[in-house]
Ligand binder design. Structure first.
Ligand code: ADP
Ligand code: MG
Length: 341
């Protein structure tokens, strides 16, 4: 006999006493969760929804799906420099599949435990598979990293190796020629299905970065949000972009498409004053997170992003030639998913 709604919640999403993080004053199981952020802290709140066929393939491993559903939300907290506190889960299921639920709950709750983030409530309904999560994080009053803080002269940074997730997506679509080696496919698939949110980096960037955003829709597109909100422009240097070993093996245009417009990477793009450069580098080394300085913020101008062939520290007369920006970011209501012109 299949589980009813309340047994399902009790079995998979209510933790037995003494297991899992306990952060809320009143957690799961009442009409509301009651949250008590530490004194002097503000709550940072973000919601992300994953819909089958839109954000993930029906064949994805439920453990990875549970991980990713929370990871994309934690990534938003990371981009604000917020420390995860708790989350709610709105789950819409076509049927009760206990093997699927056990895997999904494991992927979700393992990542939650890793970040000391309590599942404080949710909602469970029947319908086409969709996962809505709202995360709550703590950030010192006035200390959140915002999109609006970039200033001319700031360095522009990106974490990790954006582009691998895009490579996996293209491999699934069968559009890569030549195709990926088995090793490259597994690594890129892991990047796409199981991203690690840059929470520790976001926390370390409090007081160092002036603006930050996580890369969900593509580096240039998401950078554009910082530039518009801060009313500045940016020079980005193609030779300074981090290239993963998997992308290094691809044709130049494919490599650039992946890094600049790939999306689904959940790396952080951030700006920091040049005098903080050594501190940012030290933070990357301490966390074991590659951080690449890829450009510089300049006063407002059109176009907002200028791409240069050359390296970042070349004198301005030796920047190399300007490169036309042919990359657009992903928009759910325009074009087909993740298509570049
Ligand atoms: P209500 O009818 O008061 O909105 P529900 O019957 O929807 O409450 O849920 C009962 C309890 O179980 C609530 O505390 C709710 O937060 C929790 N809950 C429901 N679905 C989930 C879920 N998918 N994950 C975690 N908690 C859930
Ligand atoms: Mg309800």
């Amino acid at each position: 006999m299949s589980l009813g709604e309340f047994d399902l919640i009790a079995t998979y999403f209510v933790r037995p006493a003494g297991t899992g993080p306990r952060r809320a004053a009143v957690g799961n199981g009442d009409d509301c969760a009651v949250l008590a952020p530490a004194s002097g802290m503000h709550l940072a709140v973000s919601t992300d929804t994953l819909v089958e066929g839109r954000h993930f393939l029906s064949t994805v491993d439920p453990v990875r799906l549970g991980h990713k559903a929370l990871a994309v939300n934690l990534s938003d907290l990371a981009a604000c420099g917020a420390k995860p506190f708790g989350f709610t889960l709105a789950l819409t299921l076509p049927r009760v599949d206990e093997a699927w639920l056990a895997g999904f709950a494991r992927g979700l709750l393992d990542l939650a435990d890793e970040h000391d983030c309590e599942l404080v409530g949710g909602d469970t309904t029947a319908g086409p598979l969709a996962i809505g999560i709202t995360v709550f994080g703590e950030v010192p009053a006035g200390g959140a990293l915002l999109r609006s803080g970039a200033r001319p002269g700031d360095d522009l940074w990106v974490s990790g190796h954006p582009g691998n997730a895009r490579l996996a997506l293209e491999a699934f679509r069968g559009t890569l020629h030549p195709s990926l080696s088995a090793e490259a496919f597994d690594a890129c698939r892991l990047a796409m299905e199981c991203p690690e949110p840059r929470v520790a980096l976001g926390l370390g960037l409090r007081g160092l970065a002036t603006a930050a955003i996580d890369v969900s829709d593509g580096l240039l597109g998401d950078l554009g949000h910082i530039l518009r909100r801060s009313d500045v422009s940016a020079d980005v240097f193609l030779d300074a972009l981090p290239v993963s070993p998997w992308l290094a093996a691809r044709a130049v245009s494919e490599r650039q498409d992946g890094i600049l417009a790939g999306g689904d990477d959940y790396e952080l793009v951030f700006t920091a004053p040049a005098p903080h450069r050594a501190a940012v580098e030290a933070l990357g080394a301490q966390l074991g997170t590659p951080l690449s300085r890829i450009g510089r913020i300049a006063p407002a101008a059109q176009p907002r992003v200028r791409l240069w062939e050359g390296g970042l520290d070349a004198p301005s007369e030796a920047r190399g030639s300007a490169v036309a920006n042919r990359w657009t970011s992903f928009d759910h209501f325009r074009s087909s998913p993740r298509e570049t012109p």
